[in-house]
Design a protein around this ligand. Sequence first.
Ligand code: NAP
Length: 308
Amino acid sequence: MTRTITLSDGKKIPALGWGNGSGGMNRNPDKALSAGVIALKAGIHHIDTAQIYLTEVAAAGAIKEAGFTKADVWVTSKLGKQGLSVDPKTIRENVQGTLDQLGFKPDLYLIHNPFVAEAGDGNIAKLWTILEDLVQNGPLEGVSLGVSNFRPQDLKEILAVAKIKPVANQLEFHPYVLTHLQPVLDICSANGIVIESYGPLTPVLRHPTGGPLKPILERIAQRVSKEAGKTVDPTSVLLLWTIQKGAVAVTTSTREENIKTLASVDGLPDLTADEIKEIEETGRKVHYRHYREHMEKDFAVPDLPSDL
Ligand SMILES: NC(=O)c1ccc[n+]([C@@H]2O[C@H](COP(=O)([O-])OP(=O)(O)OC[C@H]3O[C@@H](n4cnc5c(N)ncnc54)[C@H](OP(=O)(O)O)[C@@H]3O)[C@@H](O)[C@H]2O)c1
């Protein structure tokens, strides 16, 4: 079974995605290509790439080398250079860069972060309007538009002018950032904007101790293992939690064994409502973020400990 999430424009995005922008693949197209082939063959038919990763060519190459066609695979890319001059010609050229690198249209195109538009009042809104125009009358026809690392103020700015609302906001999303993200989540929920979670495994892999979720995730992993009849680890529990919260889980690995574990999440039984609640309530008591450069700028973090 492939779990999917329906976007506000009706498209169904696979709920589990594999990214080629981390794990040593960023700016390393050879590694992104070989790991991409493994991920696709393992059954993850959703690649997350971006201009600034320099891995768009590798994403397209992996689809071909794995023996798939574009129709078999969901591809997200992102408009990425920082401080772009917000004029139609510059933006069109940059969008064309993605189309040339991929050799096809992505399914979803995101503004990588609010700082892609050069600083200036109203520039994020202007950038959104130019992208809308490229969807309505240009080379992005049929492509879903979204954003990434957008804070409340950025979302409000584009929603005030949007003819097409963003379908997704890709953020670091896991239980330890829930309290901080609540204002963003509220705006997204009110406007049908799906959360795409990057860094979903941070509580298990990057938090120095694992924090208060560690024993809870381990206990739930044992419960799910019994039901599934095979060993299920806490990383899989976190990915199930992410997806059952209605977010797309954009994870990654370059190791075949770990990729197979990630791909197997689609076949696992659901967490119970009580398990989802326990993870969420525990996570909300902590603030721990791995990627800090965008979401902590002019968006106050809560006064919470990073561990209990
Ligand atoms: N929009 C943005 O600004 C933004 C920012 C960051 C990331 N992203 C996207 O999100 C993708 C994923 O980001 P992320 O790396 O932060 O995601 P993550 O899911 O939190 O972490 C992935 C890491 O987990 C490890 N891993 C995976 N499965 C594992 C397992 N079963 N056991 C132990 N370790 C495991 C992998 O290492 P191994 O390779 O060693 O297995 C990998 O380096 C990126 O590639 C990119 O496409 C977007």
